[in-house]
Design a protein around this ligand. Structure first.
Ligand code: GCU
Length: 425
């Protein structure tokens, strides 16, 4: 009798796990009470089972190991080959935005000989501040002309998604100008004494499953000695951000030791991978980067690994797809990606209405990364529970959740700028 009961109990438990497993992968959950238990890989546990004791062990052993796990399982190989950058100043206006800014547009050639492979960077510098200045850099979603209604910005000539404002036949038009202006609080950034730089991520690889055919995974394949399938669209976007940073090191108006990288949503995932791959990015902002970015994949809430891979097969390395039905097998999770930022200042932000990115997962992930920051004597997030809306928490790792939808708002920028002011005072 007892044996029979035990068997029934065990079977019940098993079927419950299976149900969770199936539900977790195919559907999205937004009911906190339904989140099943999950176990995060211990970020400080080394391959040989020992715990990382100090920052040297982190830098020399554990960080390279975790970084490699990311290359292998999620983003693909990151190119190691260096190409000497070539740059051309396309345009400069010292009286931009009514005289408060200097605008520069610079072409960054990504191929040593083929001049058709490039990305164009738009920069605004504050006019009333002594140079060099720190800079905030990030990609935009539909072309540089979208970040500001400024007729001096060259209209992007490359493929843009059909849903981009004003797009006709996947090309930007004049009515696309300023479409993303609310997500780029240019005047606010300049008022803090920072420059702002942006490029269109589609210059590196158009964001569609065939984008790799015309993007840098193809055009640079012989130069970088990596086959397209060995890396990913997010890898290509991340690589481009570092080439922009190479340019910053040549521009005497920029303080290249104070480069803050920012990315929203899929571009937040790319920004995190860029900063993990390139320690020259001095401060990192993840704005609602969600699944495959700051949040926890093993926590069944919002978008899942299965869903993201089905919808965006080009974003990640092929191995990532094998975890869709089994997130338990993933040797990594968002807290480990965030740990790769240590000890640099890191801001993780969520929005209440953006359940798809799992705000609580982003908070828990940012908190957990604090264990690595502690090795460097830095304080992460020192509260246990999710803060109230509009109540940023934390120190070298900071976190907020604001009201509203999936977006980048003035409120978000104000927090990032204050954070940078404090870190760089
Ligand atoms: C989709 C995707 C998210 C992504 C977002 C975005 O919603 O599922 O993972 O962050 O697009 O980039 O806007």
């Amino acid at each position: 009798m007892i044996l029979k009961r035990t068997i029934v109990f065990v079977l019940l438990i098993c079927s419950c796990f299976v149900q969770n497993g199936i539900a977790q992968t195919n559907t999205s959950n937004t009911d906190e009470s339904k989140v099943p238990p999950y176990t995060l890989p211990d970020v400080l546990k080394m391959k040989d089972g020992r715990e990382v004791k100090n920052s040297q062990e982190w830098n020399n052993i554990q960080r390279p190991y975790i970084y490699h796990l990311y290359e292998e399982n999620q983003f693909g190989k990151y190119p190691v080959k260096k190409i000497a950058g070539k740059y051309r100043l396309l345009e400069k206006d010292e009286h931009a935005l009514g005289g408060i800014a200097t605008r520069k547009q610079v072409r960054i050639y990504l191929h040593p000989t083929d001049t058709s492979v490039y990305t164009d960077v738009l920069l605004y510098f504050p006019n009333n501040v002594k140079k060099p200045v720190p800079v905030f850099v990030g990609y935009n979603f539909s072309g540089n002309h979208a970040i500001q209604n400024d007729a001096g910005i060259m209209l992007s000539q490359t493929w843009v998604p059909t849903k981009s404002k004003g797009a006709v036949n996947n090309r930007a038009t004049d009515s696309s100008r300023g479409a993303e202006a609310s997500q780029w609080q240019v005047k606010e950034i300049l008022a803090h004494g920072y420059a702002v730089a942006t490029a269109y991520y589609g210059d590196l690889e158009p964001d569609n499953p065939d984008g790799w055919k015309t993007g840098i995974r193809t055009t640079l394949k012989d130069v970088l000695k990596i086959q397209p399938e060995e890396w990913s669209a997010i890898g290509a976007w991340a690589y481009g951000l570092s080439r922009i940073l190479d340019y910053f090191q040549k521009d005497k108006d920029i303080n290249a030791n104070k480069v803050a990288i920012i990315g929203h949503s899929r571009l937040g995932k790319a920004a995190l991978w860029a900063a993990a791959s390139d320690k020259r990015f001095a401060l990192i902002v993840s704005n609602e980067s969600g699944e495959g970015g700051a949040t926890l994949s093993k926590r069944w809430y919002g978008e899942t690994v299965k869903i993201i891979n089905e919808k965006f097969p080009h974003w990640f390395a092929s191995k990532y797809k094998t975890y869709g039905d089994n997130t338990d097998a993933l040797p990594i999770d968002g807290h480990m990606l965030l740990s790769l930022m240590a000890p640099r200042p890191l801001y993780v932000a969520s929005a209440e209405g953006d359940t798809w990115s799992d705000p609580k997962g982003e908070f828990l992930s940012a908190k957990e990364a604090g264990r690595v920051y502690a090795l460097f004597g830095k304080k992460g997030i020192d509260v246990d529970n999710m803060p109230l809306l509009h109540h940023p928490v934390g120190n070298t790792i900071r976190y907020h959740i604001r009201a509203g939808k999936h977006d980048v708002t003035l409120y978000d920028w104000q927090q990032y700028l204050q954070f940078a002011d404090k870190q760089w005072e």
